[in-house]
Design a protein around this ligand. Sequence first.
Ligand code: ADE
Length: 351
Amino acid sequence: MGDQDSGKSLAVDVNTGGVSRDQVNHQEETSEFVSLRPKSLREYIGQAEVIETLAIAIEAALQRKEPPDHILFHGPPGLGKTTLAYIIAEEMGVNITVTSGPALEKGGDLLGILTHLEEGDVLFVDEMHRLPRVVEEFLYPAMEEFAVDFIFDKGVHARSHRYRLERFVLVGATTRAGSLSAPLRERFGIFRTLDFYCEDDLVRIAKRSAAILDVKIDTDGAHEIARRSRGTPRIVNRLLKRVRDFTQVRGTGIIDKDTVHKALELEGVDEKGLTILDRKLLRAIIDFYKGGPVGIEAIAATLQEESDTLVDMVEPYLLKMGLLTRTSAGRKVTEQAYRHFGLSVQQGLFG
Ligand code: ADE
């Protein structure tokens, strides 16, 4: 344990490229997306069971005056993993330090961060599944015993030194729970999956965000945005801003169903919420692979996209919508996908 670099010294550079530290209570708003984020559990819409789990864990920890167990969130992008990490820090009244798996290259990168944490602080690590092995092993004693072991010198002169840390809470996020090693997964006391949001919750989020952005929206308009947001609050907020621009310049200033139709047609978002990339993926399977089954790498090559992008960002919603299936032989489109394009399976095969 402990790579060679981590032995150099405590003065190891913090990998500032991937790290930001926020005093949550005085957090600067850097973008509108941030300002649309709920800042407390009470404000949070949807994911009721996850919110209840967190509320109990936080209240119990506050009563005991100790940090809660480490928490791992799993789920597709845009469903609130980062937002929840900020909320946990806010509710606990502590700082949050934000980094991600790929930003941590060596044990020393993590050491620099860990030694700067204060009692109870939240360390948020996004993309946990991309944490290098050497950093992961460095993390084990930090999570379990609030200590890190590092080695000075090499060979016969090698000496191990144990450095004590303040108790902190690690909040991890991953789009691929299956890619996390079992020892790492088991060190999280709380492990919750965030699922796609239902339409009613997305409508409430659209209305809340519209109020914050000070734009008028009617109920039909909110439903229309919700239906086209792929079950994802981040997409609700992104589409809402595009529709707001549209109605300000080309519309009446009020977001209704008709405005949403027109604005999102321009964005290439169809009535099911499918984007250009979603449709390209489905059409590639239909047009080039007779509907599948076909391996993800072949699809990625056809579309000239990274297979990780397709697996993490595109496929989950297509699977949920029943437009795509995964079989041991590869991906297949469903009959419903053919129908979405106005094709029959026969046309798809022979057309
Ligand atoms: N904005 C983005 N996600 C949200 C959520 N879950 N609740 C309220 N507002 C949000």
